[in-house]
Design a protein around this ligand. Sequence first.
Ligand SMILES: NC(=O)c1ccc[n+]([C@@H]2O[C@H](COP(=O)([O-])OP(=O)(O)OC[C@H]3O[C@@H](n4cnc5c(N)ncnc54)[C@H](O)[C@@H]3O)[C@@H](O)[C@H]2O)c1
Ligand SMILES: O=P(O)(O)OC[C@@H](O)[C@@H](O)[C@H](O)[C@H](O)CO
Length: 536
Amino acid sequence: MLRLTRSSIQREQAAWTAAGVELPQFDYEQVAKNTQQKPEWIHFGAGNIFRGFVANAHQKLLDSGKADTGIIAAETFDFEMIDKVYKPYDNLTLLVLMNARGDFQKRIVNSIVEGITADKSREADDRRLTEVFENPSLQMASFTITEKGYSLTGPNGKYLGIVEKDIEGGPEQPVHAMSIVASLAYKRYLKGAFPMTFVSMDNCSHNGDKLKKGVVTIAKEWTARGLVEEGFVAYLENEQLIAFPLSMIDKITPRPSETVQAALLEQGIGGMDVIITSKNTYTAPFVNAEISEYLVIEDKFTNGRPLLEEAGIIFTDRDTVNNVETMKVTTCLNPLHTALAVSGCLLGYTLIADEMKDDTLRRFVEMIGYKEGLPVVVDPGILSPKQFLDEVLTERFANPFIPDTPQRIATDTSQKVGIRFGETIKAYIRREDLDPAQLTAIPLAIAVWCRYLLGVNDEGEAFTLSPDPLLETLQGHLQGVALGGRNASVRPILEDEQLFGVPLYEIGLGSKIEGMFLEMLAGPGAVRRTLEKYLK
Ligand SMILES: NC(=O)c1ccc[n+]([C@@H]2O[C@H](COP(=O)([O-])OP(=O)(O)OC[C@H]3O[C@@H](n4cnc5c(N)ncnc54)[C@H](O)[C@@H]3O)[C@@H](O)[C@H]2O)c1
Ligand SMILES: O=P(O)(O)OC[C@@H](O)[C@@H](O)[C@H](O)[C@H](O)CO
C-alpha cells in the first residue's frame, strides 16, 4: 500500500506511476534550500483551494524550471491543519481532479516546502515567520482565509473581542489574522521598509481592498496608541512599496470526500483519512476538485512575482479583475451556489449535482443567473458571462463526480449574502430602467436562507446547520418562530444593512421576502410548494 511521504515518492516512483499518479519533476532539496535562504512567497490559509489550485499552479513553474523557490504555507487560525495534514505528509498533497466521466487525474503537489503556524508559543515557527518577513527577497503574501478572516467587527459594528485585545496589545502577541499580518508587515518595515505585495484570493468583492482595510485599520489603531512608529501606516499606504491587488479565483474544491478516499484505497493508496479539526476544517492528505479553474489577478506587484502566467493564471488591469470578479462572485456562480446550498439543506440534498436534477432547483438558479443576474453584469472582456454561466450550470454544477455538498457551501452564509445577492440588488437600484422590487428569485433565495436558519428541514425535522459566526445572533432573532406559526417576523434580520449592504425595506424587497418566508413556514412541504409557486 502506498503512503504519501517524500521518501515514498522518491523510493517507490514506479509504483506511484503505476497507480496513475503524476509525480513532481523538480529538485526538491535544492528548491527547499533556496526557499530557506530567499523566501519569495508565503501563503496564509493552508486549506483546500490553496493546495488544490494555487500550489498546483506553482508546481507547474517548478517542474518547468520557471521558479526556483517554493511556497511557505502559514496558518493563523487552525494550527491542527499543520500538525495533522502538513507535517505527517511532508507538506505533500495528493491532488485528485475529476472530470464529468468520473476519471481521476492524480498528481502529487510538492511546491509547498514549509508549513508553519502563527502560534506565538511555538518559538521556531515564530522566528521563521519573522525571518521570512524581514527578508528583502519576499515578493508576496497570498491569502485564502475565508470571508470572515478579514472581518474586524461583529454584528453590532464594534470590534470583535480578539481584535480589541490585539489593538490594545500591540504587534507582539496578535491573534486575529489581520493583526498577525500587520505585525509581520511591521517587522518588515522596521527591518528596511522593503516592498512586497499582499494578494487576497478569497471570494469577497474587492478582496484586495478588504485585506488592505483590515491591515491598515490595525496599524492605525496601534499608531494611535503609540505602539508602532509613525511611519508604519504611510509605508502600508505607499503604493510604490506595498500593493493589495484584486483577484478572482474560481475552482470548485469540495471538502475531501470519503468516496474519493475509498477509491484511492482501491487504487493502492492508503493513509488518506479525512480529518475534521476541532475548528471544523475538513481536511485530508488529498484534495478533490473539479478540473476547471480561473485565477485572474490585478498585475500590481511591487517586489516582483512568480511567472504564474506560464501556469495559466491571468494578470490584467484592475477594472478587468473587478468586472470578472463581480461577474463570478455576485452573479454567475456564487449566488447560485448559495441558493442551492440553503435550499439543498432544507430539501435533504447532500450533493450539488443531485440538486441540478431537481427541476425546481434548476429553474431557481437559472432564474437567478440568466434572468436576474445577467442583465446587470458588466462583460469583463476576457470571459463571456453568458458562456461562463452556461458552463457553470450545465457542466460544473451538474458534474456528478464532484463531491460537493450544500452543507459546505452553506458555511458562513451570513458573511456572503451581502456580496452574493446585495451587489445585484444594488445594480438594480442604480439602473433607472430596473426596479429591485421586481426581482423574484433573489429575494426568494434570501427568504430560503432565513427559513434555513430555523434548523428545521422541509419535512419538519431538526437538522444541523453549517457553522457561521453569526448563527447565534441570527437564530436569536428567530426565537419563538416555528413551523406552522403565523406572525413570525424576520424583520430584524432583513433590516440589518450590515448583512445585505442594502436597505431591503426601503427598496420594496423587505416585505416581499417576509411574505415568502411566511409561506415557507406554513408546515411540512411548504418550502418546496413556495419554491414551485415562485419559480413556475
Ligand atoms: N473551496 C472552493 O471551492 C473555493 C473556490 C474559490 C475560492 N475559495 C475561497 O477560499 C476560501 C477557503 O476555501 P477552502 O476550500 O480552502 O476552505 P478550507 O476550509 O479548506 O480552508 C479554510 C482556510 O481558512 C482558514 N480560516 C478559516 N477561518 C479563518 C479565520 N477566521 N481567520 C483566519 N483564517 C481562517 C482555515 O484555517 C483554513 O486555512 C473560501 O472561503 C473562499 O473565499 C474557495
Ligand atoms: O468558499 P466560499 O465559502 O466563499 O463559498 C462556497 C462556494 O460557493 C465556493 O467555495 C465555490 O465553490 C467557489 O467559489 C468556486 O470557485
